[in-house]
Design a protein around this ligand. Sequence first.
Ligand SMILES: [Fe+2]
Length: 282
Amino acid sequence: MSASHFVIDAADLAGKFEREAFAVRHRLTDHPLLQLPRLIELGRVLPESSVEYNLADLPLEQDYLATPRNGLTIDQTMRQIEDCKSWMVLKNVERDPSYKALLDECLEEIAPHVRRMSPQLEQREAFVFVSSPEAVTPYHCDPEHNFLLQIRGDKLMTIFDRRDPRAISERQMEDMASGAHRNLPFTDDMAPLGRPFSMSPGDGVHVPMYCPHWVRVGQAVSISLSVTFRSQVSVRRDAALRVNARLRKLGINPVPPTESPWRDQVKHAVDRALSRMERAAK
Ligand SMILES: [Fe+2]
């Protein structure tokens, strides 16, 4: 039995989870799996497709396909992270049984507090971000329930409300649920709409699904762990968004997810039927 990883604030988790971003605290700073030498070993054994990395001197709006590479290998990037001005993410580190155990330990601590919204914590995934000083992650959003935990160095994460159409439109969320890349357009006038979370080791933040955010690392190398999962809530929202994307193509202005539970239920059934048909056609 491991010591608890989170400093749980039951009221925050029960009241704010998946509704708004909120700060959390954790005790993983010195965890052996999250130190750079161990992560360098992990980078060597993960499949190449599970490591995404690029130069990190980026504007807040970045076309994904035009993201500049750093000309180094995964191993070189990790070893030179202090100086190579790069950003990297080790994806699905739960492929390694030790990291899978750590992910499960973290989520089992969260689970009792979010069961009202999310009876099952499904499709559990963990990501480790290793970034050079001052690295920027451009404006984007992600489809998972996410807890981002700062392990080493400082990070400023600015999070926007998915309910604010100036930050992200329904159409953009529909595109993303249908397979579009996570990066989003950003203009300077959007800056005041974001809520900044300044994180040092031991700090973390909950990012609700589809809440856009951008990140700037402080003056030192940064390591962060992201523990994520899906739920009945996220599966339904994604299904409604995908069906809404199709309705929009037919000229219909669809009702956004969560506004009408019966519509969401019908859309979930339609989405399942469509994906079964697509699989059969393949
Ligand atoms: Fe993200």
